[in-house]
Design a protein around this ligand. Structure first.
Ligand code: MRU
Length: 362
């Protein structure tokens, strides 16, 4: 996507270096940074310089590639796998990318690994971009159908939670891809953007939508239910960090409440996902997905850019008050109207996913 007239992905390699957009500074400041050592890759993922399930996976693949260029031994490969795997527990794309890297590289002679690892990281990045583009193409049909039932020029009103935008992927985003496609197709839309406490990823979504000329309004996390009751939301689209084989969706904390409100008000609730986000080994999301606890400080304090240009934390609770911070929740498949994948739109169910990915479901 374009930033100040220049095309960017959220991660890229140039002259033997891997560069990322350091998302801690957004939406206030656009900064890119090179990351190189295994430790830097781990910190960038754990401390959310990069975040969003698909981007975490591709970043990990690049981390393996940089490490293989220094030490391509079996031990170094295993160590890099374990170090990166330990950074964040919920998004399955991380494990998915690491598994692909280890499976591809282990059979190779050490001398062949650096080049193969870099090729894989680039391939995963390109695949992610294409998957997300296709999610946009399929999701656009939903938006078109709603637009067709409205008086000419009246916008389709969408709601999204967290940032499942291009910053959370390599490009296009998942939930935002249909929105960008709708804008490009000249279909009028308006997006309600959930703030998404405690990390306020809604600010990233607002930044992305604003840069693409998509009309939007930033709302508190608690406003969505009311807006749905008032008939002001036509369609909810979110992303997901892990989707189970029966269609349960684990996404940023608060997604479940949006799905409940959508169900109660007859608002369609869709989830955009590349197949790298499906965990075929897990059926029951509530029982089987580890929910990341990011610690109370993200709740008792708010992070932002301070007047002196540094990143700082401001306390919003009394001294000594403890914060609780489960970072994700599970939306059971029964609350999900449909899944928008790179292969098309399906029901959130075992049968629905099997119809989209027969080779994986078998
Ligand atoms: O904690 P984050 O910012 O990594 O969480 C991101 C989300 O929950 C996104 O909605 C999800 O990864 C889907 S990204 C296309």
């Amino acid at each position: 996507m374009k930033v100040n007239g220049t095309d960017y992905r959220s991660i890229w390699d140039r002259d033997g270096q891997v560069e990322i957009i350091d998302q801690r500074w957004l939406p206030h400041d656009f900064r890119t940074v090179a990351i190189d050592s295994l430790d830097e890759f781990a910190v960038a993922i754990r401390d959310m310089w990069v975040r969003g399930a698909p981007l975490i996976g591709v970043t990990a693949a690049y981390g393996i590639a940089r490490q293989m260029s220094r030490d391509p031994s079996d031990g170094a490969l295993q160590d890099a796998y374990e170090t990166l795997d330990a950074t964040r527990p919920t998004a399955i794309n991380l494990r998915w990318a690491l598994d692909r890297a280890r499976a591809d590289l282990m059979p190779l002679a050490p001398g062949e690994r650096a080049e193969a690892a870099l090729a894989l990281a680039r391939r995963l990045a390109d695949e992610d971009v294409e998957c997300n583009r296709l999610i946009g193409v399929h999701g656009l049909k939903l938006i078109r159908e709603i637009a067709a039932k409205k008086p000419e020029g009246e916008p389709v009103r969408l709601l999204t939670h967290c940032n499942a935008g291009w910053l959370a992927t390599v490009d296009w985003g998942t939930a935002t891809s249909p929105m960008f496609h709708a804008k490009d197709a000249g279909i009028p839309i308006h997006v309600w953007v959930d703030e998404t406490r405690p990390r306020n990823q809604g600010g990233l979504t607002a930044w992305e939508l604003g840069a693409h000329g998509v009309p939007h309004t930033y709302i508190t996390d608690n406003a969505g239910g009311h807006l749905m009751q008032e008939g002001m939301v036509d369609l909810v689209i979110t992303g997901t960090d892990r989707t189970t084989s029966q269609g349960d969706v684990c996404n940023k904390i608060g997604t479940y409440l949006k799905a409940l409100a959508a169900k109660d008000n007859g608002v369609p609730f869709y989830v955009g996902l590349p197949s790298s986000t499906i965990d075929w080994t897990v059926r029951d999301g509530l029982k089987e997905i580890p929910i990341e606890d990011r610690g109370g400080r993200e709740v008792t304090h708010i992070q932002g850019t301070l007047d002196d240009g540094s990143i700082g934390w401001v306390r919003v609770t009394p001294e000594g008050t403890e914060g609780g911070n489960p970072a994700f929740d599970v939306t059971p498949a029964r609350l999900v109207t449909g899944l928008i994948t790179e292969h098309g739109i399906c029901e959130a169910s075992t049968e629905g996913l099997a119809s989209m990915f027969p080779e994986r479901a078998a």
